[in-house]
Design a binder for this molecule. Structure first.
Ligand SMILES: [Zn+2]
Length: 429
């Protein structure tokens, strides 16, 4: 072990512990704050939200936060097992010394990533199962049978292999063959791949999991089309997705690019909202487009992955990066898969600490989209739609403010409605 390697082991361990402590602190704040406010509906919502609904939201939030703590502790232990305790090293030694190496440099590397993916997937299974069939089930959200869950698992694994394997193989090949600037090439390939998935997702991937039917309700269709024309927005179609086959949670979204954009409503959303409220929710989504939030998100994703690939390009040539994480680099074979794997494991530990910055931007965007919706439709409709959605999703009305800063991509209901009320009043007068 060199000095650099020891220092990196120390930094890695410190950041792992610090991150875990921070996450536990935030979760316990959230649990305490929600529990403290469980007894009464906040005054602003007393007329619209029942005490039963408020307490269901509190219990659901607390159950998820407790479960999250268990998951974090387990995740940290598994990460230590893979790195400093030698899991990846053992896997790599076994595979690189096996007869797979006769098939060329790529095969043992792909086998390493596949084996890692398989083992991590199996380790995560109890948690996904428990989350769906214990927590979601207990609060009446889960609509999945075990059979559907299993079919989903098989399908998504196959999709992952069909789509993921070629792109990973291509990136590993670039790492090994494209010279010093391989990371720039790999970044270009990765961006192209992301754009391709954006195009293929609505028409090829999503239909594997859900049925999409054109919206049939003529009155709603006319209303929604009028709204889109008013906002100067072209879409290829309005679709209803059978979200209810998995979960009672409701949603609406846009997918696709350019003129191929489509609007997708969950059937659960159409069941819960009045036509005016559906309009308001759609106007909110249109607001994201009008304010160019989607493009901004894609551009920042491009920029961050460029920085990520540049960093990986540098780290992959540093011996301490491997040894500091408990892995002996291969002396003869390629180390690209090892570098990629370690990088993907370690980066989230560090990026967690800047996640509040991104959450802040996201919440700002939500306010902007709300303001747009209030300007285009009846603000009262958006208010009542949001209240219904927060209630149906059992989102707590009283989250801990510090927890919100770290994790909430959408502002809590109280803040969103609080900002809307003045504009509703001024629109009315
Ligand atoms: Zn939004």
């Amino acid at each position: 072990m060199t000095d650099h390697s020891l220092v990196f082991t120390g930094v890695f361990s410190a950041v792992l512990v610090l991150g875990l402590l921070t996450k536990f602190y935030l979760a316990s704040r959230q649990i305490r704050h929600v529990a403290r406010n469980r007894g009464a509906v906040p005054a602003a919502f007393a007329a619209t939200i029942s005490l039963t609904a408020h307490q269901k939201a509190a219990d659901y939030t607390i159950a998820k936060a407790r479960f999250g703590m268990l998951e974090m502790a387990f995740g940290a232990a598994v990460l230590l097992g893979w790195t400093l305790l030698g899991g990846i090293d053992a896997l790599n030694q076994a595979l690189s010394g096996s007869s797979l190496a006769n098939w060329g440099a790529l095969v043992p590397q792909l086998a390493l990533l596949a084996a890692f993916g398989l083992i991590s997937g199996v380790l995560d299974l109890p948690f996904t199962l428990c989350s769906t069939f214990r927590i979601e089930e207990r609060f009446g959200f889960n609509k999945m049978t075990f059979k559907l869950w299993l079919t989903d698992l098989v399908k998504s694994t196959l999709v992952g292999i069909v789509i993921g394997l070629p792109i990973v193989a291509l990136i590993l090949w670039l790492m090994g063959s494209a010279g010093k600037l391989w990371w720039l090439w790999a970044w270009g390939v990765w961006m192209g791949f992301n754009l391709l998935v954006l195009v293929l997702y609505p028409t090829v991937i999503a239909p594997l999991f859900n049925k999409f039917k054109p919206l049939e309700d003529e009155a709603l269709k006319a209303r929604v089309t009028a709204l889109m024309q008013r906002c100067g927005f072209a879409a290829k179609g309005l679709f209803v997705m059978d979200g209810s086959k998995r979960s009672a949670h409701a949603n609406a979204y846009f997918t696709g690019f350019g003129a191929a954009k489509r609007v997708v409503f969950y059937d659960t959303l159409l069941k819960q909202l009045s036509p005016g409220e559906v309009d308001a929710v759609l106007a909110h989504e249109l607001g994201h487009f009008k304010h160019k939030h989607i493009i901004k998100r894609i551009i920042s994703m491009f920029a961050m992955s460029l920085a990520g690939f540049a960093l990986l390009g540098w780290l992959s040539s540093q011996v301490w990066f491997y040894t500091g994480l408990g892995v002996r680099p291969n002396l003869t074979g390629a180390n690209d898969a090892l570098a990629l794997l370690l990088f993907l494991l370690v980066v989230p530990l560090f990026s967690f600490f800047i996640s509040p910055v991104f959450a802040q931007f996201s919440r700002k965007h939500e306010f902007e989209a709300d303001a747009y919706a209030v300007a285009q439709t009846d603000g009262k409709d958006l208010q009542s739609a949001l209240l219904k959605l927060y209630q149906d999703n059992a989102s707590t009305l009283t989250p801990d403010p510090v927890f919100v800063k770290f994790y909430y991509s959408h502002p809590p209901a109280s803040e969103r409605l609080g900002r809307m009320i003045p504009s509703v009043e001024s629109a009315a007068t």
